[in-house]
Design a protein around this ligand. Structure first.
Ligand code: SF4
Length: 670
């Protein structure tokens, strides 16, 4: 029992399965499966979290019917041949004392399903248009619905035979069972449509079938959105009635609550809510369900710290907390919390960039703060010191340099981290100044904690040049000197009409009353600056050099901010490439037509431009007798994700090679 988190670390018994704590990794797509089956990578991913102390893992949605089969990196459970592959995953998770449930899912109309580059045939309860993937599905024949219900039972049986502890049916997020439940989607006239009882029939009969198939010892649970948070989506009252009935009938052993729907842009923001949404914001809705059911209730939704989860549990709002991203960023979070080391936990900042962001881009999930996630078997190994530790100088204390220093120290080397300014953090310090994005600064806090734990020699106000390198005489130098805005060669700059977003955020420049943000980046910065200026009373227009504001952001983040821009009545001008400013006019070219876009009544243009690498030290060290490597933005400006990845992967590879060279030289001299 943990004294700090007594509720979080109390066990939970469900149908005789003793779950060691209340920390849950909810079902989430990883794109780590191969051939629709658990791969070595997926097994390593979950095993790492089981080892870190999570109580319960629910593996991602496995498709249980061919009509919803996704691409190879999605899981499926369509034949008994799959059972041994799932059994390997179950064995790996159980080895470390965690429990494992498996999700069963059918997407119905909510799908971007592609086969060989072509859109697939999509079936749903009714041909009701879907608002996110732009699908008008075919109506499922009645006999197909019966077949799908039977397939769910088969999927459940396969999980049970693979050694899983439980099976979870997904009726959440506007997926197939939710589509049947929803009268604005389900317009059927047969036994699966019309009355509430008929609309519940597919889910109810599937739960009965799964129970029959798995026997009495396996947990059977339900995932459902407590509210789909969308016009035309399932509302809270309807969901409460469904949960109450299924609980009273003894058809579910637990209810796993979430929010939102995948079938609309606004509703899908809640699938993986970004940092702009407050922590544990679904807890009150879970509590409402808990009040009408007699089984444990799970809840997810920005529960990113053990103290947040403890609060939810202590308040009696839920019985278990989904902390999926908290585990993605720090698989050892449960163990650290239980051992009374909460300060060592690397907290999720809700950026969505490399977890759901990678998945949406068709890549295996990872984490901007933890490059090992999704690459458990792939990163260069952390080779410990063998003969003697090296003296390593890291030049630059942004995310890349901080992570490189931590990585080098973890390998056993003596590290000096020199930062030219008074503070560590680099551009992350500016990013956290954008509206509602202060949590981004958590990335710097997390890295600073890691530096302190490894007792790295951090030197602030300490610019590195060739003379400094020669004085320190390190075995190797890691250059992490960052980048600076590339700006724009434009008319108007010298007259004060054009300023940099970075200067504005840092308080080094003041805009006038009527500003245009020239957003070349199409990420957070242009949007954030526009919102900030609007909140301060400026008239703002946002001219983006792309198809929409936030084009390069993860979709849920982008859409959250699209809503905020609309609420703030900020005019967004797409396809606008900045050309220049003159008097009270800003000039752009339309990115497709090449025609001018003239924005009169503009007294300031705020540039959200790209960055160019700072290569000064790299040039200085060329020819010097010291090995060095560049990482992060001073190689090429990208994002914090690549900076931190370099800080781990490039640093490990560089130091392993350096150690080998030093060892060879010493041996040669002996
Ligand atoms: Fe959290 Fe961002 Fe990592 Fe995703 S990528 S787990 S949101 S820190």
């Amino acid at each position: 029992m943990s004294r700090t988190y007594p509720h979080l670390f109390s066990p939970l018994d469900i149908r005789g399965h003793d779950i060691r704590n209340r920390i849950l990794s909810t079902g989430h797509q990883t794109y780590l499966a191969r051939g629709n089956l658990p791969s070595d990578d997926l097994i390593a991913y979950h095993e790492t979290r089981a080892k870190g102390g999570v109580g319960l893992i629910i593996n991602e949605a496995a498709r249980f019917h061919a009509s919803t089969l996704g691409e190879a990196p999605d899981l499926a459970l369509l034949s008994d041949d799959a059972i041994p592959h799932y059994a390997r995953l179950a064995t790996a998770v159980h080895r470390h004392g965690a429990k494992l449930f498996g999700q069963l899912s059918h997407s119905g109309r909510v799908t971007r399903r592609m086969m060989n580059g072509m859109r697939g045939v999509v079936f749903a309860p009714s041909p009701t248009p879907e608002n996110r993937f732009h699908v008008v599905p075919r109506e499922m024949p009645t006999e197909m619905v019966a077949e799908i219900i039977a397939s769910a039972s088969e999927g459940g049986r396969r999980y049970a035979e693979a050694g899983y502890d439980g099976v979870e049916l997904m009726a959440s997020h506007g997926l197939l069972f939710a589509q049947f439940l929803n009268p604005s989607v389900n317009r059927r006239q047969d036994i699966y449509g019309g009355s509430p009882e008929n609309r519940l029939r597919p889910l109810r009969e599937s739960l009965i079938g799964v129970r029959r198939a798995v026997g009495a010892d396996i947990v059977v649970g339900l995932r459902i959105s407590a509210d789909e948070a969308d016009e035309g989506g399932l509302d809270q009252e309807t969901v409460l009635g469904i949960c109450r009935q299924l609980s009273e009938e003894g058809l579910v052993d637990y209810v796993n609550t979430t929010l939102g729907t995948m079938s609309s842009l606004g509703g899908s923001i809640h699938v993986v809510p970004p940092m702009e949404i407050p922590p544990a914001y679904v807890a009150d809705k879970a509590a409402a369900i808990r009040a009408v059911v007699s089984v444990p209730v799970f809840v997810a939704g920005r529960i990113n710290q053990p103290q947040v989860a403890e609060g939810v549990l202590a308040a009696g709002e839920a019985d278990m907390c989904g902390m999926t991203r908290a585990l993605i960023v720090d698989p050892d979070m449960p163990r650290k919390a239980r051992e009374g080391r909460p300060d060592e936990i690397r907290a999720c900042i809700g950026c969505n960039q490399a977890c759901i962001g990678h998945f949406h881009a068709g890549h295996s999930i990872s984490c901007i703060q933890n490059p090992s996630t999704g690459r458990e078997l792939r990163l260069p190994p952390s080779v410990p010191v063998v003969r003697r530790s090296l003296k390593v100088l890291v030049a630059g204390g942004g995310p890349a340099g901080m992570k490189a220093a931590v990585t080098a120290a973890e390998m056993g080397h003596r590290v000096i981290l020199s930062e030219a300014t008074p503070r560590l953090g680099g551009q992350a310090l500016l990013a956290q100044l954008l509206p509602d994005r202060f949590e981004f600064g958590g990335l710097v806090t997390n890295l600073a904690t890691e530096l302190a734990l490894r007792q790295v020699d951090v030197r602030l106000n300490s610019r590195v040049d060739r003379a400094v390198v020669e004085a320190i005489a390190p075995d190797g130098v890691i250059l992490a000197t960052g980048s600076a805005p590339v700006g724009s060669e434009t008319e108007g700059r010298e007259a004060g009409h054009v300023i940099e977003a970075a200067d504005l955020l840092a308080g080094r420049a003041e805009p006038g009353a009527r500003a245009v943000v020239a957003d070349w980046r199409c990420d957070w910065i242009g949007i954030g600056v526009a919102i900030q200026l609007s909140r301060k009373g400026h008239h703002v227009r946002l001219a983006v050099n792309g198809i929409c504001a936030g084009q390069n952001l993860q979709q849920y983040v982008r859409d959250h901010w699209a809503g905020k821009l609309h609420e703030a009545e900020i005019e967004v001008i797409p396809y606008a490439r900045f050309f220049g400013a003159d008097g009270d006019t800003a000039y752009f070219l339309h990115g497709a037509s090449g025609q001018p876009i003239v924005l009169e009544g503009t007294d300031t243009v705020v540039l959200a431009s790209g960055n160019a690498p700072d290569t000064a030290l790299e040039h200085e060290l060329k020819g010097a007798d010291v090995p060095f490597v560049t990482i992060g933005d001073c190689t090429i400006a990208r994002s914090a994700e690549e900076a931190i990845y370099d800080g781990v992967a490039t640093t490990r590879a560089f130091l392993a090679q350096l150690a080998e060279n030093v060892t060879s030289a010493v041996k040669g001299a002996e």
